[in-house]
Design a protein around this ligand. Structure first.
Ligand SMILES: Cc1ncc(COP(=O)(O)O)c(C=O)c1O
Length: 397
């Protein structure tokens, strides 16, 4: 049996999907016009699948900071943080994140994926337990696989199920780490964090929240769902990414635990990879400054979110439970979803298509994500495109 034979089923699925839209597997962004507009197949397209929530990828100050850093410190660090890769910018960004979150210590990582994976695989090990929400991101699942802890899933956002499992673990006298997300990336819904915090305290567990999609989006000052829910004191570890609201690439974990820094010596994903390049660190530091000083970006994003959610709801589409910058449209039939996705592209709208098994409950999703830099006209254009596709395919959603 050849080494690729095990991928046969994957190849067949891909081929079948290609029949409905060959473009899906070959979309290339030929040119980026702005955070919300790109050229695909020679045509201008509104980008509604970018996670660029605050639109900072083209911010003039972020770009200037990145360019200055390249000039001053070069294009890369060529080493890990524990070898030759800790620059003053890394330390400064960690301090600024600590100050923003009001926590003792922050560790930054080269991507958000690595941050989640590193924390989950390192914090708990053999004879300890991870209790994770079933809809958590792949980076969290991969961390679970790498670490030695027992992994128990609870039903997505189901407090009763979580409590039942915590109760069962009570006599084990072991460390239990509950892992949830702020805004869930697929449906854009939120964890019931206030209730989770009550359980965490009642059962003496630890709580880690991945605020990848909620940093800069939720909470009075943009610190995420923990801030919005008023339970920051109950959250032991906040993980996040620089690749969404902060418009770059990288990740972090911040904590008040006095021993937190020990993870720098225990986490292989921190030790054995090169640190972020100076330009990334510089633009992220500037983006954090802007996130803190320009709350109007967040307000504009939410205005767009309410507008589009209502529009799609009025069309009778099946959406996630609440409005937000991620608006997922559910479709029953994956094959038709590919056709509708293609139709949206023909209308000049790019959204993310997510197909089973990557979706939470086996349905296909057309996932829109909004940016504060979308214009009102662009948001209306997204709504118009869905209206037109709904009229063309009335029964396929
Ligand atoms: C919930 C969640 N956590 C972590 C990540 C990983 O972040 P990054 O893409 O910045 O590595 C993502 C990426 O989409 C995500 O959605």
């Amino acid at each position: 049996m050849g080494i690729f034979e095990k991928f046969q089923k994957l190849a067949e699925t891909r081929k079948a999907l290609e029949k409905n839209s060959s473009e899906f597997f070959s979309v290339v962004i030929e040119k980026v016009i702005s955070p919300t507009e790109v050229i695909i197949n020679g045509r201008s397209v509104v980008l509604a699948g970018g996670n660029n929530y605050l639109g900072l990828t083209f911010n003039a100050e972020c770009i200037r900071a990145a360019c200055d850093a390249v000039q001053k410190d070069g294009t890369g660090t060529t080493g890990s943080r524990v070898a030759n890769g800790t620059y003053s910018g890394h330390v400064a960004l960690e301090q600024e994140l600590s100050e923003f979150f009001g926590r003792r210590k922050t560790i930054i990582f080269s991507t958000g994926y690595i941050a989640c994976m590193a924390m989950v695989s390192t914090l708990v090990g053999r004879d300890e337990v991870i209790l994770l929400d079933a809809d958590c991101h792949a980076s969290i699942y991969d961390g679970c696989r790498m670490g030695g802890a027992e992994v128990i899933r609870f039903r997505h956002n189901d407090i009763q199920d979580l409590e039942k499992r915590l109760h069962r673990l009570e006599n084990r006298k072991t460390n239990v780490l509950i892992v949830v997300e702020g805004l869930y990336s697929m449906m854009g819904d939120r964890a019931p964090l206030a209730d989770i915090a009550v359980l965490k305290r009642r059962y003496g567990a630890y709580l880690l929240i991945d605020e990848a999609h909620s940093l800069g989006v939720l909470g009075e000052t943009g610190r995420g769902l923990a801030e919005e829910a008023g339970v920051e004191d109950s959250v032991d570890f906040i993980v996040g990414t620089f690749s969404k609201s902060l418009g770059a690439i990288g990740g972090f974990c911040t904590s008040n635990h006095p021993e937190f820094d020990l993870l720098r010596y225990a986490s292989r994903a921190y030790i054995f990879t090169a640190s972020s390049s100076p330009s990334i660190i510089a633009s992220t530091r500037m983006a954090l400054k802007i996130l803190r000083s320009q709350p109007e970006l967040k307000h504009r994003l939410w205005n767009h979110a309410h507008l589009l959610y209502q529009r799609l709801k009025d069309l009778g589409l099946s959406l996630g439970p609440t409005p937000g910058p991620i608006i997922a449209v559910c479709c029953e039939n994956p094959w038709k979803t590919v056709e509708i996705w293609r139709g949206l592209l023909d209308h000049g709208i790019y959204v993310n298509m997510v197909l089973p098994p990557a979706t939470p409950d086996g349905r296909a999703l057309l996932r829109c994500s909004l940016s504060s830099l979308h214009t009102r006209e662009q948001v209306e254009k997204i709504g118009d495109a869905f209206a037109s596709l709904k009229a063309k395919h009335p029964n396929d959603w």
